[in-house]
Design a protein around this ligand. Structure first.
Ligand SMILES: [Zn+2]
Length: 113
């Protein structure tokens, strides 16, 4: 459910940027979402289509760029991509991975007209 709040804040940011730029409409909002951000694209899209009505973003489309999760082993410093259920280090086998990518969530760009 927290995607509604998240989506509202995306829309609020996009609208305030569009107003500052005297835009007539927002055409695209590009989002970056890490695999570990806990954000589901489909939910964001669903809420966005609902709350964008009667705003400058009513014809806007969302684009999503996913960032794959990456870990760094705290024991041997190897960087690796976690497999489905296996988050242990492929070099030394330690289960001591630190998340170094995948928690991203931000607006990459907003296109306006
Ligand atoms: Zn290791």
């Amino acid at each position: 459910m927290h995607e509604l709040a998240v989506t509202q804040s995306i829309l609020d940011i996009a609208l305030s940027e569009a107003e500052k730029a005297n835009a007539k409409q927002i055409t695209t909002i590009a989002l970056v979402i890490g695999d570990f951000a806990g954000i589901v694209d489909d939910s964001v899209q669903f809420y966005f289509d609902f709350i964008k009505q009667d705003t400058l973003a009513q014809d806007a489309t969302l684009s999503f760029r996913r960032i794959a999760a990456r870990f760094r082993c705290r024991v041997c410093d190897t960087e690796f991509a976690p497999q489905d259920q296996d988050w242990s280090c492929p070099s030394c086998g330690a289960a001591a991975g630190e998340v170094i990518a995948g928690r991203e969530f931000y607006i990459e760009s907003i296109e306006i007209e």
